[in-house]
Structure formats: C-alpha cells, structure tokens
Design a protein around this ligand. Structure first.
Ligand code: PLP
Ligand code: COI
Length: 344
C-alpha cells in the first residue's frame, strides 16, 4: 500500500478529505447494515432534528502506525461506550458498541494510505458521529438517525506542538450542573465557539472553564481535561460531574500510577490552588498532552515553574509513556491497543 503524498511533519489540526467513510441509517426502529462510501456529502431534510435542535453527538479517537508498521487504534471501546452514553442522554438511537468498533475499524483500514508513517509526528484522527436525520418541528427527538465515521490526518492541535500555551480563566460557562457537560454533545461545542473566538481575539490559546455553580473550581477547557503536577510530583486531575470523562486523562492517571510509580489524585481542584502547582497540561485525543505555561485570571498571571519553553519534566514523562504505548514501543495494558492491520 502506497502512502499518500502528504507533508506529514507539517500537518496542523485541520480537515483533509480521505477516500472512504462509513454510513449507517436508523429507520423504523432498526439500523441498516451500513457500509463504506466515497461520498463525503450528507443530504438531509431542511427540518432534520440535527439542523433545528442540534441533536448530534460525536467521538474522537486516533489511529497510529507503530514502529513495526502495524496500524492500531487506542482504546476505541471506550469511545463506543461514551457515544452510547451520550446518545441516551440526548434521546438518540444508540449505535451498538460492537458495530461502532467494526465501523471505525473498516474506515481506518479503507484509509490506510492516510495513516501517517511512524515517527512523522502525525496521526489519523477518526471522527464517529451521530445525528437526528428526519424532519422534526415540535421539540422532540428524531426517530431516524444517521451514524457516520470519517478520518482525517492531523498534526498537533495547538500550533507549536509541545510548546507551552497560555490560557485564560473564562467568564462564560461551559456546562450547567445536571446539564450535558459529561457527554460529547455537539451543543457543548456550539456554545463554546463564542468563548474560544473571544479568547483568541484576546491573545489566548484556550479557555479554562470553572464550575458554573460556584466559579471556584477548575473544570476543563473546550476540548480537553486538565492534569496538574504538584511540587512533590503528585498527579492531580479535577473530579466533576460536569466535565467530559476523557479517555486520555483516564489512561494517563493509570500510566502515572502503574508505569511511573507516581501518586495520583482525582478530586475537586479549587482555582485558588492552581498557583501552587509545578506543571499543568491539557489532555485529550486531539491535544494528547499540551503543556500550559501560563493561566491568566482577569489580568493576574499564574506562571508555572515549568516555564514557557518546554514541557515540565513530569508532563514529559507522562507524554513519552503514553505516546510510547500508542506507537507500540512500550507494552500496553491488556486491551488498550486494537490492531487494524498488519504491515503491508
Ligand atoms: N474534554 C472535552 C470537552 C473534549 O471535547 C475532549 C475531547 O474528546 C476531552 C475532554 C478529551 O477526551 P478524550 O481524551 O477522550 O479525547
Ligand atoms: C478530541 O480530542 O477528540 C476532541 O473531540 C476535542 C476537540 C477536537 C473537539
């Protein structure tokens, strides 16, 4: 299999159309058998529930080329599970988890020529999504759905890759108590668009959201969870009912404890404690671990001792171990790596 002629090392996080995508439709209470198509356009009714009432959700995972040339995916079963939870919260038809796995597998395999080579620094981002597709005008869930998966090769989410970023404490809220912050609903991202444009206009890379109820506790950013490293090398991550349960964060906490022998704590993190930490990072599929050098709270700067030039030392160890597991040169815990295909 010939790889596509792409400048892998200079990819950013943007959409590049690949050859195949997966589509399955839900109608009359059943999912059709689904399959791959070359057509990247979606044609739906003007009154489709997704267009009128934003009944849509998505997932994000990545496929990698390992050192020995295999193509693998990282913990796709957890994405399948999370999409099922999201679908239930949004009153959508659940795409069965084992079919989700088969669909992402088929889509990655069909686009193998777009999976960046080992060592290029790029990966194939896989985007499964689900939306209400039939016409709905009263506020009600759809009864027809479409599930799709596309792929796109990507580089780092933040320009500069491993360079520390600057974020600000955001005056907009991301997720209400008892709302949808814990699921991957499109609406969570729609309502964050103004906040991110505003942050960029003010010169910040991202927003730090605080809990909407008291605005005293750290939640997450628009697209990643936080990890903090204390001065005595504990790994701390915010616990909250209103953040997305990041697969990367859950994996990192495991890696920190079991591979690196670090103490880990998942607990509430008061914003007042942030200035005490030695390192800070954003973690997620797209972000991997992006180091944060500075948090700005209404003009007051919190500068982490790890500085603005490089990742802090503990963050770097976490990054190297996680990406080592994903790329296949560090042994993975049972079930974390799903092989798509052998070297061809
Ligand atoms: N938090 C939000 C709001 C996200 O959109 C994402 C991305 O999926 C994450 C956290 C990170 O989750 P994961 O590590 O499962 O990609
Ligand atoms: C991901 O990390 O997969 C995300 O979904 C974050 C962002 C691109 C929305």
């Amino acid at each position: 299999m010939e790889k596509k002629n792409i400048d892998w090392a200079n990819l950013g996080f943007s959409y590049i159309e690949t050859d195949k995508r997966y589509v399955s439709n839900f109608k009359d209470g059943v999912w059709d058998e689904g399959g791959l198509t070359s057509d990247s356009n979606v044609v739906i009714n003007e009154c489709a529930c997704v267009l009128q009432y934003a009944q849509t959700c998505f997932e994000g995972l990545k496929a990698y080329t390992t050192e020995d040339g295999r193509i693998v995916m990282f913990r796709p079963d957890l994405n399948a599970q999370r999409m099922a939870n999201t679908a239930k919260r949004l009153e959508m038809a659940v795409f069965p988890e084992e079919r989700f796995l088969d669909a992402v597998h088929q889509t990655v395999e069909a686009n193998a020529a777009y999976v960046p080579p080992y060592g290029s620094g790029a990966t194939l981002y896989v985007r499964p999504y689900l939306f209400g597709s039939n016409a709905v005008i009263g506020v009600n869930p759809a009864d027809e759905y479409q599930f799709r998966v596309f792929t796109t090769p990507v580089g780092p989410y933040f320009k500069g890759g491993a360079k520390p970023i600057t974020i600000r404490v955001c005056d907009f809220d991301r997720a209400a108590p008892h709302g949808t912050g814990h699921v991957k609903a499109g609406l969570n991202y729609a309502m964050s668009l103004h906040a991110i444009v505003d942050a960029h206009n003010q010169g910040y890379d991202e927003n730090m959201y605080l809990d909407a109820a008291t605005r005293t506790k750290v939640e997450e950013t628009g697209g990643a969870n936080f990890i903090f490293i204390t001065k005595d090398q504990k790994v701390v991550t915010p616990k909250s009912e209103t953040i997305l349960p990041s697969i990367t964060r859950r994996s990192l906490m495991y890696v920190a404890e079991k591979y690196l022998g670090l103490e880990v704590e998942e607990r509430e993190v008061p914003f007042d404690e942030v200035k005490e930490f030695a390192e800070c990072g954003l973690c997620g599929t797209a972000a991997v671990i992006s180091p944060v050098g500075k948090v700005v709270d209404h003009g007051k700067e919190i500068c982490f001792p790890s500085g603005m030039d490089d990742m802090g030392p503990v963050t770097k160890k976490l990054y190297d171990t996680l990406t080592g597991i994903q790329m296949g040169h560090i042994e993975a815990p049972e079930g974390w790596i799903h092989e798509v295909c052998q070297p061809r």
